[in-house]
Design a protein around this ligand. Structure first.
Ligand code: GAP
Length: 534
């Protein structure tokens, strides 16, 4: 992972935000190559899911037509949105503070193991997982008991690593960055929504507003607008790409958990009876999307949530997960969730905040029996003019993180291998084997030397290709170094203009992954590369 982070910085993919002031934890900027990669990823998603989709879904029975459309909603919305969506009351993590180190942890990330030596015992807490957790707790216990390294085998360990929650009294817990036990506070709720105030005279509670923690709610807000103004009919989906904000307690693992990030979300509206089939359809469709763009199948996993993991609205969710290299072997991190949200959102925004009671969704009331958070009172049901039925559509939500996807594609693409240099000797290289659709640059045009008319021919070709695809011209340094620069940037093809070009108007086309070099006529380059990208 360190190598990937270093390449990302060195080659201008990802920088820390506000770096000259020491950076801001959980915020990241995309550099010239990074922004191109991220835009390509979002454009693939928009094209494949919305504008260029199949129009027919293969559900059990007959192929079913469905429509997809897009939206772009505001980041700040009416505060009532978050009350009825459940985020105001429920979108929190439990945090634990350390009085000694002043550090803050997510309660559910803390685990540990009991260690004892002679009469003393302590529960050694860590945030790490896998082998790193074992190493960290062993070192902390040795220090705590004041033992030399050669005496560490005297420490007795009780069974395996277990969560802090429910397994140890706080007085006996030795925090990850503390020297003595009992410095962790009891856990408390921490709402993840960023708050702001609207208007110049902001001052009372009515001015409180929130930065959206998901793009999804903007889609629900506009469900009726879209149905009334465009010709979509259920089943149909609305997609949106945009920024979301979460005041994560412990942002970490590069861009994986950030405080400002982008989501690519679809809310797919369907008839309640068909929703289970649509759920499976979207789960499989999203899974295949990642594979088609080149993620290694063995590093991807599809995981259905257990009942106790489901969000407050969901009746079924599957995660698409990737084996990020910062995780211990065998562990996966979430790339995307595909949730069956039932009619929770539309009904909540009609009636008031819903809660599940005895398996039924009902409006939540306060002690006096009044709805705790009122809905809009607007009718968000749908009338099917063919079947003459009125119903509140069920929703399937494939919700992906653009930054996490970029990170997964970067990690997956990163390879180190050996290539022959100009003299045929093996040279090690770093290469990003990105799918050509994602690659920031598609082709680099390289004159072999800066003389003999080669730059002129190369620049002419560069100018022909540039309006068609992201093209780079590079004449600086040896040809080997220039290939190496393009390999690191993930450029799938290089075209070299050499002595033979001047004689027979052919150029060398080099393939990043197979390293094959073939001669192609100069005037066929544009069509050839366009067809490869199609
Ligand atoms: N509307 C449903 C929803 O927002 P989620 O599982 O909380 O569901 C969806 O988020 C996706 O957004 C995640 O799978 C992940 O890719 C991305 N995501 C969530 N929190 C993130 C964070 N703090 N940093 C980066 N990406 C995040």
């Amino acid at each position: 992972m360190d190598k990937i982070v270093s390449l990302a910085k060195r080659r201008g993919f990802i920088f820390q935000s506000s770096e000259i002031y020491g950076g801001l934890n959980g915020f990241w900027d995309y550099g010239p190559l990074g922004v191109a990669l991220k835009r390509n990823l979002k454009e693939c998603w928009w094209h494949d899911m919305l504008t260029g989709h199949d129009e027919l879904a293969t559900l059990p029975g007959a192929p079913t037509p469905y429509e997809m459309t897009g939206l772009d909603c505001t980041i700040i919305m009416h505060p009532q949105v978050w009350k009825c969506s459940g985020h105001f009351d429920l979108f929190h993590d439990w945090l634990v503070d350390c009085r000694e180190s002043k550090r803050r942890y997510r309660y559910d990330h803390l685990k540990g193991r009991w260690a004892s030596h002679r009469e003393k015992r302590v529960f050694v807490v860590t945030e790490q997982s896998g082998d790193e957790a074992l190493v960290e707790t062993a070192a902390k216990a040795q220090k705590f008991f004041g033992l030399r390294a050669n005496k560490s085998s005297e420490i007795e360990w009780a069974e395996a690593m277990v969560p802090l929650a429910g397994n140890a009294p706080f007085a006996e817990a030795l925090g990850p960055d503390a020297a003595s036990p009992g410095t962790l506070t009891e856990p408390r709720e921490f709402n993840l929504m960023f708050e702001t105030r609207i208007g110049a005279l902001a001052g009372n509670d009515d001015d409180r507003a929130f930065l959206r923690p998901e793009t999804a709610q903007g889609i629900f807000m506009n469900f009726k607008n879209v149905v009334d103004t465009s010709r979509v009919r259920v089943p149909f989906g609305i997609g949106q790409i945009g920024k979301s904000f979460r005041n994560e307690i412990t942002p970490r693992n590069f861009t994986f958990r950030s405080r400002e990030f982008e989501q690519m979300e679809i809310e797919f509206f369907c008839k309640p009876n068909d929703s289970a089939a649509w759920y499976r359809f979207w789960r499989d469709r999203r899974w295949n999307w990642y594979l088609n763009l080149g993620l290694t199948p063995g590093r991807l996993q599809l995981r259905e949530h257990d009942a106790d993991e489901l969000s407050h609205y969901s009746v079924g969710t599957a995660d698409i997960e990737y084996a990020f290299p910062f995780l211990p072997d065998g562990e996966f991190g979430e790339l995307e969730g595909i949730a069956h949200r039932g009619d929770f959102d539309l009904r909540s925004h009609m009636e008031g905040k819903l809660v599940r009671r005895d398996g039924e969704l009902v409006v939540e009331t306060d002690d006096a029996g009044k709805p705790r958070h009122r809905g809009s009172g607007k009718d968000l049901s749908y009338f099917d003019d063919i079947s003459r039925e009125r119903f509140v559509p069920h929703v399937i939500e494939p919700s992906a993180g653009a930054d996490r996807a970029v990170l997964a594609f970067l990690c997956d693409a990163y390879h180190e291998d050996e290539v022959p240099d100009e003299d045929g000797k093996p040279r090690s290289r770093t290469v990003l084997k990105l799918h050509p659709r994602l690659a920031p640059l598609k082709v680099a045009i390289l004159p072999l030397v800066k003389k003999d008319g080669m730059p002129e021919v190369a620049i002419d070709l560069y100018r022909k290709l540039k309006p068609q695809m992201a093209t780079m011209y590079d004449e600086k340094g040896s040809i080997g170094r220039r290939y190496a620069r393009q390999d690191e940037a993930g450029t799938p093809w290089c075209i070299t203009v050499d002595g033979q070009t001047l004689a027979d108007t052919t150029v060398t086309l080099r393939d990043r992954d197979s390293l094959t070099q073939v001669r192609v006529p100069l005037d066929e380059c544009v069509d050839l590369l366009r067809s490869r990208l199609a």
